[in-house]
Design a protein around this ligand. Structure first.
Ligand SMILES: [Zn+2]
Length: 481
């Protein structure tokens, strides 16, 4: 039988040594054909850098067509793993061999597809190649981690906001916006409120579209803007990324905000409690809902204590103890919303005007850096434990057991750190009564609420005295500072 051989070469990434270069593959295959006395009809070459990407291989398709037409009756390749990328493709070749009496030769060894043993060998070689490709995916993950640990830039996607296309150079105009966003979130303003303001000012993302709370949250929670490299180990099948990755190194690019601010932002933005308190407030138009507590005594003499909500009557906004059937609230207290808001503002400004309060507010900053330090130490300890486990110095069980108390403490300290920023809000706000009154006027709902919640735990509202129309003495403040 006269043999019309086709040489098939495939370029693929990440295989060192012999067989990598396509010229080498072709030379070796031609030499083999010469030894066997086969005529080389044609050479097919596919450029296929990712072996299991599933991208179509044009030359491969042509080869299959030529085999089925009988133009080609032998295939020569360097190794079986050059020929097929998956068991299914190999079965296609075996089918063709069955129907058309195809000969197969590889430089690295004889594979006879016409005998059961030859096919078994081919299948095993294919399986080994598959195994190799899977290892490759693992190796790439390791390389991603190494790149992260070296603080190098992560490629792909759009440039990060605040940086130029090289991902390293800071773009000053956007950096200013990043700092503004960080400041406002740390002052407990809601993401939605910031986005609305930025939309009004025409500030857009790196993609040129208006900012949305989810995108803003991600940007401000990323360690990138503090010049630190974050890494999230994940499989290629995972499409969503958790908000916080692991900070593995100082990055090669400069930070826009400080490490400490970044840590506070990350603690705040990942805190579900904040979401409820700050973002949830967006939907409320009543400044003090939830902060005011119903003070009407129950049968046992203790106050009702239910958080009052905004509910207008005859179009007049009021705060009321909700009268919900089946609920624990008494429904016995109500207060005019506009007058209450005004009264609370005046009390607040009067309280914040004092020098001693300002002194006291300055103190928690130390607590802040102490917490920050404790968090650092705990994070390092977790890393060490992970490394000990990685190096088999401890068992998985020991690792898990040792982790638990540290993680509990970390959780608690991160929540505390998020709270410390409350005093920062007040420090930024405090001034003379007139200054504060002017600032208050310029503030939106969410900013005002941040001030109130930073200063008072709650305000208990006693039931109205029917003889007095407006009674400021009904309000009892539980000050934080
Ligand atoms: Zn009540």
């Amino acid at each position: 039988m006269d043999i019309r051989a086709a040489i098939y070469c495939r370029i693929s990434q990440d295989r060192g040594g012999a067989g990598t270069g396509v010229a080498r593959q072709e030379d070796d295959c031609r030499a083999l054909c010469a030894r066997k006395g086969w005529d080389v009809i044609t050479v097919y070459t596919d450029n296929d850098v990712s072996a299991y990407s599933g991208a179509p291989r044009r030359a491969w398709q042509e080869l299959l067509t030529d085999i089925s037409h009988g133009t080609v009756n032998a295939v020569v390749c360097w190794h079986v793993d050059r020929l097929t990328r998956s068991p299914r493709e190999l079965e296609d070749v075996i089918d063709l061999a069955d129907r058309n009496g195809l000969e197969l030769a590889t430089v690295t060894g004889e594979v006879d597809l016409s005998t059961p043993t030859g096919r078994m060998v081919a299948r095993m070689l294919g399986a080994a190649a598959r195994h190799e490709a899977e290892h490759k995916a693992e190796r790439q993950q390791r390389q991603r981690r190494q790149a992260a640990e070296a603080g190098r830039i992560a490629g792909g996607g759009r440039r990060p906001f605040g940086y130029e296309d090289d991902r390293v150079t800071v773009r000053p105009s956007e950096a200013e916006i990043v700092r503004e966003g960080a400041r406002r979130v740390l002052a407990a303003e809601s993401l939605a409120s910031i986005c609305r303001d930025w939309q009004a000012r025409g500030i857009v993302t790196a993609a040129g579209i208006p900012w949305k709370p989810t995108g803003l949250r991600r940007m401000l929670a990323s360690a990138r803007i503090s010049g630190r490299r974050e890494h999230t180990p994940r499989g290629s099948w995972e499409r969503t990324r958790p908000l916080l990755g692991e900070i593995v190194a100082d990055a090669v690019w400069p930070g826009i905000i400080s490490d400490e601010d970044s840590d506070r932002l990350r603690a705040l933005l990942s805190d579900p409690e904040r979401r409820r308190k700050v973002e949830g407030d967006e939907r409320r138009s009543y400044l003090l809902s939830g902060i005011l507590r119903c003070g009407k005594p129950r049968a046992d003499g203790k106050p009702c204590g239910t958080g009052m909500v905004g509910r207008p009557r005859s179009g007049v906004p009021r705060y009321v103890c909700p009268n919900t059937p089946g609920a624990d609230s008494c429904g016995g207290t109500a207060a005019n919303a506009a007058r209450t808001d005004e009264h609370v503002r005046d009390m607040l400004l009067a309280a914040l005007e004092s020098e001693t309060l300002m002194e006291r507010l300055r103190e928690p900053d130390d607590t802040g850096s102490e917490l920050y330090e404790e968090i650092r130490v705990d994070e390092e300890e977790l890393e060490e434990l992970a490394s000990d486990f990685g190096h088999r110095k401890i068992t998985r069980k020991e690792w898990m057991t040792a982790r638990e108390p540290i993680e509990v403490r970390l959780e608690r300290n991160r929540a505390k750190l998020a709270n410390v920023s409350g005093s920062g809000i007040l420090l930024d706000f405090i001034g003379s009564f007139e200054d504060m009154a002017a600032r208050w006027e310029r503030m939106n709902h969410s900013q005002r609420r941040a001030i109130v919640t930073a200063a008072v735990r709650s305000i208990v509202v006693a039931p109205a005295d029917p003889r007095r129309r407006w009674d400021p003495d009904r309000f009892i403040f539980d000050w934080i500072a």
